[in-house]
Design a protein around this ligand. Structure first.
Ligand code: ATP
Ligand code: MG
Length: 249
């Protein structure tokens, strides 16, 4: 079993992606998870919905997900999902477009308290609709697999509050790979991991701490998920970009 996370950063360049480094073969037999940050940014701009970017006390930036931003998030992610599904179908791959809401595929829990740094003060946010992932419904996923390649948008479902949640796509991919006992986890993004402008082809865990400072933002998150994947015993963990690939081992 193989889980492939398609980064929102590549969804506007699907033709290019398709031609890159064996992906057309890889995607024929996979469970696909996808992000969609750019879709969310563009739709919110078009709708005139202000999205606030905040920084957590540990220094990670995130999008504040108010109820209004949540609506934009869900709409934009489902548009990203449709784009990817129709692209795959045009390539002759039967794809089943899903999100974590369908059949409670990804169950999460809303973060009832989110902390953010404003100047030198830490503020508490209680109306955020981002969440943590609790479990992946493997039975449902396997049923969908009988119909085609599941293509899952990174939206979780909180059954306690009956709401969709903004969840990180890289985290969803890791959870899915672990729940399915996948042998391979591949993060496809616009770039492989770069250090000093060069693609790092192989990153052994022994060198991880030394190389991590080269990664910022989305790549930093991806590397941390990749590390967890290797530590959890997934055989093959790859960050694949349009410029090459990084194998984490
Ligand atoms: N050392 C690095 N090597 C490569 N990319 C890096 C590095 N440091 C930061 N980045 C940034 O990380 C980005 C990839 O992460 P990002 O979260 O934006 O994409 P994604 O995960 O593919 O998309 P999405 O989050 O929408 O699913 C790159 O486009 C680049 O701007
Ligand atoms: Mg990302």
């Amino acid at each position: 079993m193989r889980v492939v996370k398609i980064g929102g950063s590549t969804l506007f360049r699907l033709e290019e992606l398709w031609r890159s480094d064996g992906l057309s073969e890889v995607l024929r037999k996979a469970v696909v998870v996808h992000g969609g940050s750019r879709h969310v940014d563009e739709l919110s701009k078009r709708l005139g919905v202000r999205v606030e970017r905040l920084t957590s006390p540990s220094g990670v930036t995130f999008r504040r997900t108010t109820r209004e931003v949540l609506d934009v998030y869900v709409a934009a992610m489902m548009k990203a999902n449709r784009d990817l599904v129709s692209f795959l179908q045009a390539q002759g791959i039967k794809a089943v477009g899903l999100s974590g809401l369908d059949n409670e595929l990804i169950v999460g829990r809303r973060k009832r308290l989110v902390k953010a740094l404003v100047g030198d003060r830490v503020i508490a946010i209680r109306d955020d609709y981002s969440g943590t992932i609790e479990r992946v419904n493997v039975g449902a996923l396997r049923s969908f697999m009988r119909l085609g390649i599941p293509v899952v948008a990174s939206i979780a479902y909180d059954p306690m509050e009956n709401v969709p949640l903004n969840v990180d796509g890289d985290k969803v991919a890791l959870h899915m790979a672990l729940s399915l006992n996948a042998r391979e986890l591949r993060f496809v993004s616009d770039s492989a991991f770069l250090a000093n402008g060069e693609v790092v082809r192989r990153l052994p865990l022994e060198d991880f701490e030394e190389f991590l400072p080269h990664a910022r933002g989305g790549m930093r998150k991806k590397l941390l998920m990749a590390k967890k994947a290797v530590e959890s015993g997934i055989d093959k963990v790859v960050i694949q970009g349009l410029n090459g690939r990084t194998v984490i081992a």
